[in-house]
Write a protein of this length. Structure first.
Length: 452
């Protein structure tokens, strides 16, 4: 594989990464909007397409994480629009977890996942797993136990979904038997968080293999149904590419969405890349994209690893402001975030409160091509208030108070919150309070204190 190339500055690499994710492309003035000033379906669809993957997460302290990348790219829009694109009768996205963890993906990706679904169906409980099988360990360990202890149980769950779906996992249980929490975990390696009921294990296995899919969400709980009753027939009947063709197309999609990347960022571990792939087959697919001229070997200033530029990546200034979800595709690879933006970032929701430095649900604030601040945010729905418990400026950051105030006002309106409260301490917080107070309207007031 080619390991040479021209060197580009880290600033150029940042700009290419931002353009590849649609920043600066979708908030431009003069574009058509739907009634009421909100971005319409076409713009929301475009934002989801630019992002490529919308990671799902259950934390709702601000709002569900998959809504935030679209807001970051287009501004105000109706979350119901994204719901309809994701789970509506004419959906354009589907839910799966062999993208970037649990995520919403374009329907065009479905045929590219069939080889992995088939691998899971054949081997998910085997002692020696194929590298193509990347099912959650809870499914692998659970299926090993169910195969031995309850043969035929998975078929019973599938039959129940067939007859009565769509169903939640608990509703899919054919006998209603539940393991007690006091029972020892048959496989301690799954951890108590994944000590699932048997029906949950069975239906998640069926989800892994593509026999059922997510028909919708009920209070954010997955609702399952037969895949042929959920996804469009043209998607299900689309020609299935070979595994090699699928891997190459998955990497092509990821490279387009990254702009500039290393091989590890392109197809490495789950949680750090768009579509994790086995190392050997990933190297082969990367080599094919280099040979076709779609990936161009380069060196990025300050990055030791071989890097690659998508052949259509744009290196031009970016005029953008955005609050980024911890799960935004731009920053979900923390190592990449550090070398592109000089920004050390770790999510704090699993960190004990005394050990948190910048807050609980911290969103980096993007201004131009720099991450200039860390903004801890909370939606206090009882008081209709967007709360800023903590605000931290990055060392050497340019003045960001006015654009941050504008973005917070936009976010509060988008979430239907009437007030902004800034109990955060420090000079930036005081400046932000003053700025929002000066420009507030009666429907959007600011206070220094809020219900915690």
């Amino acid at each position: 594989m080619v390991t040479v190339g021209d060197e580009v500055s880290v600033t150029s690499a940042r700009r290419m990464a931002l353009h590849a994710q649609g920043f600066g492309e979708l908030r431009r003035s003069g574009d058509a909007r739907s009634a009421g000033g909100r971005r319409g379906v076409a713009r929301v669809r475009a934002a989801a397409d630019w992002a490529g993957v919308l990671q799902l997460d259950s934390v709702n302290v601000l709002c569900r994480s998959h809504y935030l990348p679209v807001f970051a790219r287009v501004g105000d829009y109706s979350r119901d629009t994204l719901d309809q694109l994701s789970w509506g009768p004419k959906r354009e996205l589907f839910e799966y977890f062999w993208g970037h963890k649990a995520a919403l993906l374009p329907l065009s990706v479905w045929p590219l996942m069939r080889w992995r679904m088939r691998a899971a169906q054949q081997q998910v409980w085997a002692d020696d797993l194929s590298p193509d099988v990347t099912a959650p360990w809870s499914v692998v360990a659970g299926m090993r136990r169910l195969t031995a202890e309850r043969p035929g149980y998975v078929d019973q769950v599938l039959e129940r979904v067939t007859e009565h779906g769509p169903l939640t996992a608990s509703e899919a249980s054919p006998d209603g038997v539940r393991r007690k929490r006091t029972d020892p975990d048959p496989d301690p390696t799954t951890g108590s968080m994944w000590n699932w009921q048997d029906a949950k294990i069975a239906i998640e296995y069926l989800f892994c293999t593509g026999q059922v899919t997510i028909a919708g969400r009920r209070h954010f709980e997955r609702v399952y149904d037969l895949t042929e009753r959920v996804l469009p027939a043209d998607v299900l009947n689309a020609p299935e590419p070979t595994p090699a063709e699928a891997r190459r197309e998955l990497l092509r999609t990821a490279a387009r969405g990254l702009g500039v990347t290393t091989a590890k960022e392109l197809c490495g571990a789950t949680g750090k890349s768009h579509f994790p792939l086995p190392a050997a087959t990933a190297r082969e697919a990367v080599g094919e994209l280099i040979d076709s001229g779609e990936l161009i070997p380069i060196r990025v200033e300050g990055v030791k690893q071989q890097a690659y530029r998508w052949h259509e990546a744009k290196d031009k200034p970016v005029d953008v402001r955005a609050l980024l979800s911890p799960f935004d595709p731009l920053i979900w690879n923390r190592d990449r975030t550090q070398h592109l933006f000089d920004f050390f970032y770790r999510i704090s929701i699993y960190t004990p409160a005394p050990q948190r430095i910048h807050g609980y649900y911290v969103l980096p604030f993007l201004l131009g091509d720099r991450l200039v601040a860390r903004v801890d945010l909370k939606a206090d729905r009882a008081t209709s208030t967007l709360v800023v418990p903590t605000l931290t400026a990055e060392p050497g950051a340019p003045d960001f108070i006015e654009p941050l105030a504008e973005e917070l006002r936009l976010m509060a309106g988008w979430l239907g919150l009437e007030r902004i409260a800034i109990p955060a301490a420090g000079k930036p917080a005081a400046q932000l309070t003053d700025r929002i107070r000066v420009t507030s309207t009666p429907a959007s007031t600011v206070t220094k204190d809020a219900k915690k």
